[in-house]
Design a protein around this ligand. Structure first.
Ligand code: URA
Ligand code: SF4
Length: 210
């Protein structure tokens, strides 16, 4: 099978997948879209209302904003692969639950392996946590890191800027720097997680009464 065929196979599997409860309420799974040889892969959170209706990622308000952000840096949607950490819509757009993220992970991992993108852009914290499990998005956004050899750039979710307009300039500034990160890809060192010093380290051990 070539890469297109593998991606088609993955998409077909999601359409009939029953590995988590999100399948009960889906109209269409939203496996993702874009060329199999894309250099840049965007990973969002999960389908919303319009995505569930159409089976395509980022076709609602957040998607229009994403298109604008891409166009601002000279990219079109046709050039990038766009997917989500869960392929079926969480009812009412609630957060995906740990079991759902876990159940859906193999589809995402196979997509990454197949496309082998030069850069992965994570949109929102659920997607960021796939690569940087303990990072806080308020600190990690906009900084490229190398994770297991691959360049990962965490961004706020575009929908966050729609809900909280004060975030918009930050989201735009992060996107504006993406071409620079891509150029510098070879110079970004492997991510080392900062371990917070143990707060209790210096406290004397509690005496046991027994
Ligand atoms: N938000 C997401 O995270 N993904 C979509 O596909 C649409 C909105
Ligand atoms: Fe399957 Fe993923 Fe849909 Fe759950 S969200 S039913 S794991 S495709």
């Amino acid at each position: 099978m070539n890469r297109e065929e593998i991606l088609t196979r993955i998409a077909e599997e999601t359409a009939t997948c029953t590995k988590c409860d999100l399948h009960f309420s889906r109209k269409n799974s939203v496996p993702g879209s874009g060329p199999a040889n894309a250099e840049i892969m965007f990973i969002g959170e999960g389908p919303g209302f319009h995505e569930n209706e159409q089976g395509q990622p980022f076709v609602g308000a957040a998607g229009r904003f994403l298109d604008e952000l891409l166009n601002n840096i000279g990219l079109s949607r046709e050039q990038v692969f766009i997917t989500n950490v869960v392929k079926c819509r969480p009812p009412g757009n609630r957060d995906p639950q740990p079991g759902e993220l876990e159940a859906c992970d193999s589809y995402l991992q196979r997509q990454i392996q197949t496309i082998n993108p030069k850069v992965i852009v994570t949109l929102g914290r659920f997607s960021m946590h796939k690569f940087l499990p303990n990072a806080k998005i308020s600190q990690a956004h906009g900084q490229a890191v190398r994770v297991k050899g691959r360049l990962v750039v965490p961004f706020y979710h575009p929908a966050a800027a729609l809900h909280q307009p004060s975030l918009r300039p930050t989201v735009e500034a992060d996107f504006a720097r993406l071409p620079e990160w891509i150029d510098k890809a070879g110079d970004i060192p492997e991510y080392v997680e900062k371990v917070e010093p143990d707060q209790d380290e210096d406290k004397p051990e509690q005496l046991s009464l027994f």
